[in-house]
Design a protein around this ligand. Structure first.
Ligand code: FAD
Length: 296
């Protein structure tokens, strides 16, 4: 029996493992290496590690964790998380593990629209987070892809990195006429045709519309990637998904189920690397405190 099982070995899970391992808790980190950011070559904004590859960041974190004999790793997919009395059980392949507390740090996975070429170019020339990838395309030709009432705020944001923007709605626009006026007032071209394909030609990203028009740009920013949970918790644990697809949690990632915590993107949709690491630290401290109190 472990003190704590952590499902997910991304920045949130590994950071929780570090603080708990150092607090002399026996920790098992279960991970299946399918992180959403593995599509990018380099990730940005993590202090002291700007432009590091996502895999290298994990490699360095694991190297540090290996110093702590209190932390163990299991490669595989955690399934059937259950509560049994006051403990938790989980299956990985044909193994079963138990722990007093569980931290779910399993992140999200994208559900990109099914458009030719998009999957291959996502993370290379098509992105969603300008804080992560905007700098590399500053003052270049950008295409923003999106629709609906959240679009205007996204366009405003992307313009911080480049004013040379074309907007593709992928179908009839669904935002207000006020938003439309604001966009056209800033001379942002808006095209409402469906998008039929993405390709890379020479040094350009090309986006083909259903009427045959081809938009040539340096990169595109996609408002919605329709990310969903990697790990769907069994109903018996009674942790609800919110409308936006993240799990309901309160302070420090605590859920309605005592001893079960959810942190990182699984709880907040997009914490960023440093935010995820911070959540892991905070949850780790809280889980240790809960155990300390129970053992007193
Ligand atoms: C394309 C892209 C680029 C990004 N670039 C940046 C950037 O430059 N800077 C930045 O700060 N943020 C960036 N982000 C955001 C960042 O990747 C996430 O916010 C961060 O990784 C969240 O950390 P996490 O630990 O919550 O989840 P993740 O890093 O997603 O880790 C979750 C882990 O859990 C594992 N897992 C899931 N289910 C199971 C299961 N059942 N059993 C075992 N393991 C499981 C997954 O395989 C994964 O390894 C980017 C995101 C994307 C999609």
């Amino acid at each position: 029996m472990f003190d704590v099982m952590i499902i997910g070995g991304g920045p949130s899970g590994l950071s929780a493992a570090l603080v708990l391992g150092r607090a002399r808790r026996s920790v098992l980190v279960i991970d299946n290496e399918q992180a959403r950011n593995f599509v990018v070559q380099s990730s940005h904004g993590f202090l002291t590690r700007d432009a590091i590859s996502p895999k290298e960041l994990r490699h360095l974190a694991k190297k540090e964790l290996k110093k702590y004999k209190t932390v163990q790793f299991c490669q595989g997919t955690a399934r059937n998380l259950q509560q049994s009395h006051s403990n938790f059980l989980v299956e990985v392949g044909n193994l079963e593990f138990s722990a007093k507390k569980v931290i779910v740090a399993s992140g999200l996975k994208e559900q990109l629209p099914n458009i030719n070429g998009l999957k291959d170019l996502y993370g290379k020339y098509v992105f969603s987070c300008p804080y992560c990838d905007g700098w590399e395309f500053r003052d270049q030709k950008l295409t923003v892809i999106g629709n609906g009432n959240k679009l205007i705020e996204y366009v405003k944001l992307i313009r911080q990195w480049s004013k040379e923007i074309v907007l593709l709605t992928g179908g009839p626009r669904t935002f207000t006429s006020k938003d439309y006026e604001e966009l056209t007032h800033r001379r942002i071209p808006i095209m409402e045709e469906e998008i039929s394909g993405f390709s890379r030609e020479r040094n350009d990203l090309q986006i083909t519309l259903s009427n045959g028009v081809v938009i040539t740009c340096d990169a595109a920013f996609l408002l919605k990637t329709n990310a969903i949970q990697h790990l769907i918790l069994p109903e018996q644990l009674q942790v609800k998904l919110k409308k936006n697809g993240s799990y309901e949690t309160s302070l420090h990632g605590q859920t309605i189920q005592k001893g079960l915590y959810i942190i990182g993107d699984a709880a907040k949709r997009f914490t960023g690397l440093v935010g995820a690491a911070s959540e892991g630290y905070e949850a780790g401290v809280h889980v240790n405190k809960e155990l300390v109190d129970e053992e007193w």
